[in-house]
Design a protein around this ligand. Structure first.
Ligand code: NAD
Ligand code: ZN
Length: 348
């Protein structure tokens, strides 16, 4: 088992192990002190892993409740949050009790937001079960729900109390979801680590997965620790994301987050090459690595059709827009644009 310490305003650990039941029960016993827990999960994950996690908590003497929803972006909304609140109220949860998010990023973003706001915040621990949520969504404390106006538009930043990753849960993941996780891993390598990028280019993921997951978590943690509340340096984690969020919303979420991130990274890098801000070799290697993990980098629509969505992005502040770019592999940075300059950057 590996342990990664996260040194944000609230300090917590991410535990990475092969399975849920070997080392995690002892750690839970020592670190989770509530009486009741609410396991929030989705239909698919419930079938696969709920009984195992439930029996761990029951074996330790917790009273276990559950809230299960069909996790898709349409359900990642305030109306689901209200239903979670209702379950918590009806079962007399107190501030000392705990929410357990068991599932992918949709589950942890939703459960995390409910946990951050119920009674102004109760304990929250995450059991991520998708590759994407293991390497990205489970650390950093961003929680959010979608609105009619866009993705992740309502949320708070609040760190979880602990994260438990069992890598054997990846064995049941569909290929498409696996690729989505790879997109965030490639993003991490693009912005911060050429050695990780080379590892992904040369090795078989199956042989290096624990190492890759822990490297991604450490890199994300180091960025978040410097700018927990997302005012400057953290924006680098949004490499590819401004375009990705627009693509997701425009496709009515038919295109998944990771798939959109892949297209977004490729497109923004292509434009950076055109504007003399990145060399062509970086773009070629990026596109080849995306291809290796079955991620498309082709445009889904003319970029002008994405502009209305980009204008509404959370990273727009007044008329400015902050965009993460990579000068080379492993060297990401954030560049300020006026909105009009960014439109020219994308279209001319
Ligand atoms: N908070 C953050 O910092 C952050 C970072 C990145 C992404 N996100 C958010 O995360 C969401 C995407 O997360 P995701 O990609 O994990 O998607 P997800 O939660 O929708 O999970 C994808 C699918 O995989 C299924 N699944 C989950 N675990 C499984 C397993 N082990 N075996 C088989 N099936 C399994 C789920 O039921 C679901 O159908 C987006 O909403 C995105 O905005 C948040
Ligand atoms: Zn992302």
């Amino acid at each position: 088992m590996q342990t990664v310490n996260i040194n944000t305003s609230k300090k917590y650990n991410v535990y990475i192990d092969k399975s849920f039941d070997e080392n995690f029960p002892n750690i839970i016993k020592e670190t989770v002190f509530s009486k009741k827990i609410l396991i929030v999960s989705d239909n698919t994950v419930k079938e696969l892993y709920f009984d195992k996690v439930k029996s761990i908590f029951e074996g330790l003497g917790f009273e276990v409740f559950d809230f299960v929803f069909s996790s898709n972006e349409e359900q990642k909304t305030l109306s689901t949050i209200e239903k979670i609140y209702r379950t918590l109220f009806e079962n007399n949860f107190t501030k000392g009790d705990t929410i357990v998010a068991l599932g992918g990023g949709i589950v942890s973003d939703t459960a995390g937001f409910a946990g951050a706001t119920f009674l102004r915040g109760i304990n929250c621990i995450y059991f991520p079960t998708t590759l994407l949520s293991m390497v990205d969504a489970c650390v950093g404390g961003k929680t959010a729900v979608n609105t009619y106006f866009g993705k992740n538009q309502i949320g708070v930043i609040r760190q979880p109390d602990a994260v438990f990753i069992a890598t054997d849960t990846l064995s049941t993941l569909e290929n498409r979801e696996f690729s989505c996780g790879m997109a965030e891993i490639i993003k991490t390598a693009m912005i911060k680590s050429e050695s990780l990028f080379e590892l992904l280019e040369t090795k078989d993921f199956e042989d290096i997965k624990e190492d890759v997951i822990s490297q991604c978590i450490k890199i994300k943690a180091s960025v978040v620790e410097e700018d927990e509340f997302d005012t400057s340096k953290r924006l680098i984690l949004n490499f590819g994301h401004t375009i990705a969020h627009a693509i997701e919303k425009k496709s009515d979420y038919e295109i998944k987050h990771g798939e959109a991130v892949a297209i977004g990274m490729s497109l923004i890098t292509k434009r950076a090459v055109k504007n003399g801000l990145c060399d062509e070799d970086t773009l070629i290697r990026l596109n080849m690595l995306l291809h290796k993990y079955s991620l498309s980098c082709g445009a889904v629509c003319p970029v002008t059709e994405l502009l209305p969505y980009i204008k509404r992005d959370k990273k727009n502040y007044l008329d400015n827009i902050k965009i993460a770019l990579c000068e080379k592999i492993g060297q990401g940075y954030v560049k300020d644009f006026s909105y009009n300059d960014f439109v020219s950057f994308l279209t001319e």
